[in-house]
Design a protein around this ligand. Structure first.
Ligand code: DOR
Ligand code: ZN
Length: 347
């Protein structure tokens, strides 16, 4: 008889992660490497990771600070710009460690100033990606300041994503960190070349969390949290068992001083307890039996990579997330749900 207070699943992967660089990288990497076999590492460093050569260097810096004994594989991405050379795509395929190209609309989020100013400028690169089978990962928000911030994801689908999929029907696309009914419906009804990642914070929180008893910078991320109707639609998609939705934490560390500021940086740090937070969502939805496919199968299958072979165990056990984690010299990292008790623990 299976123990209801314990689940064993294939080792999961994180298909959307920010690791930063230097001391920050060294501080956060062990949290992810403990839980996940692989992670798709975002390229929005300063300056961004734009070429395969830069991705190789960044990958080497990650591996250099990986604690011994943690078998973790960073999967690298290139930051798409208006000037990305078409020749980088074949180089990416040949590299075997660059697994995708990331589209940040210019100005959409942290370190996106070098992003794409007009999607037409990338058509030659996208055509090559379609031809060679390299996935495009999109931060799916319009940046037009005239559009209400809560409507930017829906606007992106209509104005940018739907036309893009019509122009490049064979291009593999991941809509990252979906937050709306619109995105869940769009991904579900599109062909198998379109999939989506879902974060733990967008599954657990709605926009009330931003204003709960005062302005809450640790709940501020991009895309911004949406209302409860949208949250429920995203939970339904993630827990549905559809292979089009998979785990991508978007864990995005910022030091305390950047979060507790007049203009707080966007990003929730969830890597410390990522899998446990997802387990909580799936349990609440009565869908713990769907967690393994979401966390460990669907992403690998979409990217055409082998599934991990090891297993991890989650136990039903209350524990408290630390109030603070070491990060930069005297500037700590405050994890999401700092000081709060959660109910699953990875052993
Ligand atoms: O909340 C976010 N933080 N969203 C992003 O798209 C970027 C990320 C970061 O790099 O801090
Ligand atoms: Zn991100």
């Amino acid at each position: 008889m299976a123990d209801p207070n314990q689940i064993r699943i294939t080792r999961p992967d994180d298909w959307h992660l920010h690791l930063r660089d230097g001391a920050a990288l060294a501080a956060v990497l062990p949290h992810t490497a403990r839980q996940f076999g692989r992670a798709i590492v975002m390229p929005n460093l300063k300056p961004p990771v734009r070429t395969v050569a830069e991705a190789a260097d960044y990958r080497a810096r990650i591996l250099a600070v990986l604690p011994a004994g943690l078998g973790f594989e960073p999967l690298m991405t290139l930051y798409l710009t208006d000037n990305t050379p078409v020749t980088e795509i074949a180089k990416a395929i040949d590299s075997s460690f660059v697994k995708a190209v990331k589209l940040f609309p210019a100005g959409a989020t942290t370190n996106s100033d070098a992003g794409v100013t007009a999607i037409e400028k990338t058509y030659a690169v996208l055509a090559e990606m379609e031809k060679l089978g390299l996935p495009l990962l999109v931060h799916g928000e319009e940046t037009d300041p005239a559009i209400d911030i809560f409507d930017r994801e829906a606007a992106f689908i209509e104005r940018t994503l739907a036309p893009l999929l019509r122009r490049f029907p064979g291009l593999k696309v991941v809509m990252e960190h979906i937050t709306t009914t619109d995105a869940a419906d769009f991904v579900r009804s599109a062909g198998p070349q379109l999939a989506a990642t879902v974060t733990a914070h967008h599954l657990l929180l709605n926009r009330n969390a931003l204003f709960n008893g005062g302005l809450r910078p640790y709940h501020y991320c991009l895309p911004v949290l949406k209302d409860e109707r949208h949250r429920q639609a995203v939970v339904a998609a993630a827990t549905s068992g559809s292979p089009k939705f998979f785990l991508g934490t978007d864990s995005a560390p910022h030091p305390k001083s950047a979060k507790e500021a007049a203009s707080a940086a966007g990003g929730c740090y969830t890597a410390f307890a990522a899998l446990e937070l997802y387990a909580q969502v799936f349990e609440q939805a009565g869908a713990l039996d769907k967690l393994e496919a979401f966390a460990s199968f669907n992403g690998a299958d979409f990217y055409g990579l082998p599934r991990n072979t090891g297993q991890i165990t989650l136990k039903k056990e209350a524990w408290t997330i630390p109030t603070s984690l070491p990060y930069l010299n005297s500037d700590p990292l405050i994890p999401l749900f700092a000081g709060e008790t959660i109910c699953w623990k990875m052993t």
